[in-house]
Design a protein around this ligand. Sequence first.
Ligand code: UD1
Length: 422
Amino acid sequence: MDKFIITGGKKLEGRVRVSGAKNASLALMPATLLASGVSKLNFTPALNDVYTMIKLLNQLGVETNFNDDFLLTLDTKNITSQTAPYEHVKKMRASVYVLGPLLAKYGFAKVSLPGGCAWGPRPINLHIEGLKKLGAEIELEQGYIIAKSDRLHGAKINFDKPSVGATGNILMAACLAKGTTVINNAAMEPEITNLVQLLINMGAKINGINTSILEIEGVDTLQPAEVNTIPDRIEAGTLLVAAAITKGKITIEGGIDSHLYSVLSKLEDTNAKIFISENEITIDATDIDIQSVDVTTGVFPGYPTDMQAQWIAYMSAAKGVSTVTDTVYLDRFSHVSELTRLGAEITVQDNSAIIKGVPKLKGAKVMSTDLRASASLVLAGLAAEGTTEVLRVYHLDRGYEKLENKLKQLGAEIERVSTSEF
Ligand code: UD1
């Protein structure tokens, strides 16, 4: 087990390249199951959730090759199983993305139910109801979803609320259904748009890209294809907040500003300056007085829930009082009690955190509880006086590609150390 040891107080400075988006890759990889043959995914990030998806796909019979240039090739010619076992799904909820493609292509899929997660129940009812509308027979047996259909058919699907995962699953399944499917109130996250791009490259007929109404005209077969994975907006956002909380100045190479508009605009409200040029985002927070700024999370293009924990860490070092409300995941506040160990003054009421900025956070030993919670602890540690130890960084490694190396490149004092502490 690894931990980070951070000596806080160094201003981040310099340039850093953002990796491919984890949440895009986790949808793009299973989408390749819809065709038979070799598909290519460029800029796939080398992080643990991607390795977990590779293992799951390998178990289904997909042959993979992940090279040093972040090109992931997937050969789906010899699929031997349509079952995603509990061992994989419990590690990573996104494993449920194999459900739609396996069902649509092979007429059968058996996928473990994901269960809850560190921040409360995360249902998949929208995935199941949507697939049923496409004509799937679905039963739940011994913790598994068993889905069958000779040939899915098009349908009109309306989501009561937009869900990234359900949009992705139904979209993939509908590409091989007979007839036209309309998904109303579809998620518009850039990762869904990236998935649509791959599906179109595979021969799918999809209208409404980048909108909340997707219209899919089913085809009989899809071909293997290639796509570029978009840059990770959450990694980029995390690095920008790291610069802001340390009052430094950095340039992110490869970030797409339109994917990050809500975060960039909130950063500007705190007094940081943002400069956009082609494929680069610069933040200059040199010696700013960090102004408290309220944030409410929402679906894209709203402020991302995956940047909520990082914002709470940032506001802990701001002047004044701010409120951070999560409307997507109402219980996602496990980082708060750990941040208070670093001297932060935060109270949680319902789905809001009220943060009273303190003049100085103080280093301490803290424990990661989930992926973005870990990122918030690292950010707070970078700003804190003295040494912060962040335990259980395996949570962080699920979704960031060697974050400590990127931070070191920007001048942070951060070391990964192997430990028996848990
Ligand atoms: C994805 C992201 C995750 C991010 C989340 C919200 C991936 C791999 N993960 O997760 O990092 O935090 O989007 O941006 O892309 N819901 C239902 N029923 C369902 C599905 C979802 O009620 O069947 C609810 C959820 O509880 C939540 C909301 O819808 O309140 C949005 O969840 P969703 O967009 O589905 O999240 P994920 O796709 O699981």
